[in-house]
Design a binder for this molecule. Structure first.
Ligand code: NAI
Length: 327
């Protein structure tokens, strides 16, 4: 049987953590033949550490055959030791009345510390997924704080936006969500992201031709996907957690195990593709194979798409400029 791999999860006692850990431990992320050791990080606060103890008791009580060990930590230098996968979920999202500068300063501190810890103690091949918002900028901060690790190993989660877009398209066309191929979401994980179905197909047929309604694209589809997070908060009184955890599983599974040619969306550091400046942590369509992602290149960007991409890029560059002094 395979040697266990180490999976670090931060914010492990939070709501996404609660929807995520059990699926990792059951083998849904890395395969039903891959044992895992969970290295869980929470803030030192007594309430958070106690909540983490409760989650660990429940993990034990599942008697997962693939769960080869569980550790609870309050120090990232211990939580990230030799870790092969790191899911950075814990962060400080923007609260009511919180100034942008305050938000960026708090997350700048968290993700600088965590990036440095990954740099110091993680596996040299660690695959990092940042879920905690602002996800792209937090991933950028962690990447910049970890100069000894390959920049390409730092990614941000756009998969929830991708899955939301796929689901809306399936509903609109009356087709199965699993049959949708070649969907892309460009840019920031924020309402400015650009969900782009111009290339999408269902059973080889063009989704754009099937829908044939540009007003629906601009006035219904894009705002629905862009504001879905807010709609869930309004309905549930809490932010999306199970769907976010599901997207994190999808992102890591596809990165580690491959997509068989299928396009998925990942937030990754640009190498200048599509005119996105180097190092900007941007949502791109990718395919994955052999543990590596590859940007889908050569797609035509029309005027409307370019306008959307420019807008989300400007927002991201504004965020990244806002943290420069913290790096
Ligand atoms: P939550 O508040 O329920 O849990 C967050 C947990 O992180 C808390 O238990 C907290 O103690 C912990 N935490 C905070 N700072 C930490 C640190 N420095 N180290 C370790 N743990 C720390 O929040 P929830 O619902 O689980 O969401 C987590 C994050 O994910 C939020 O920032 C949220 O905005 C973001 N999110 C991102 C999505 C995406 O698509 N990228 C989708 C949904 C949520």
């Amino acid at each position: 049987s395979k040697k266990p791999v180490r999976v670090a999860v931060t914010g492990a006692a939070g709501q996404i953590g609660y929807a995520l850990l059990f699926r990792i431990a059951s083998g849904e992320m890395l395969g039903k033949d891959q044992p895992v050791i969970l290295q869980l990080l929470e803030i030192p606060d007594e309430k958070a550490q106690n909540a983490l103890k409760g989650v660990i008791m429940e993990l034990e009580d599942c008697a997962f055959p693939l769960l080869a060990g569980i550790e609870a930590h309050s120090d990232p230098m211990q939580a990230f030791k030799d870790t092969d996968y790191a899911l950075l979920v814990g962060s400080r999202p923007r609260g009511p009345g919180m100034e942008r500068a305050e938000l960026l300063a708090i997350n700048g501190a968290i993700f600088t510390t965590q990036g440095k810890a990954l740099n110091a103690v993680a596996s040299r091949n660690v695959k990092v997924l940042v879920v905690g918002n602002p996800a792209n900028t937090n991933a950028y901060i962690a990447m910049k704080a970890a100069p000894d690790l390959p920049a390409k190993n730092f990614t941000a989660m756009l998969r929830l936006d991708h899955n939301r877009a796929a689901s809306q398209l399936a509903a609109k066309t009356g087709k199965a969500v699993a049959d949708i191929e070649k969907l892309a979401v460009w840019g920031n994980h924020s309402p400015t992201m650009y969900a782009d179905y111009r290339f999408a197909t269902i059973a080889g047929q063009s989704v754009k031709d099937m829908i044939n309604d540009e007003t629906w694209n601009r006035e219904t589809f894009l705002p629905t996907v862009g504001k879905r997070g807010a709609a869930i908060i309004a309905a549930r009184g809490l932010s999306s957690a199970a769907s976010a955890a599901n997207a994190a599983i999808d992102h890591m599974r596809d990165w580690a195990l491959g997509t068989n040619g299928k396009w998925v969306t990942m937030g990754i550091p640009s190498n200048g593709e599509y005119g996105i400046p180097k190092e900007v942590m941007f949502g791109f369509p990718v395919t994955c194979a052999n543990g590596e992602y590859k940007i889908v290149e050569g797609l035509e960007i029309d005027a409307f798409s370019q306008e959307c991409i420019n807008k989300t890029l400007a927002e991201l560059q504004g965020e990244q400029d806002g943290v420069k002094h913290l790096l």
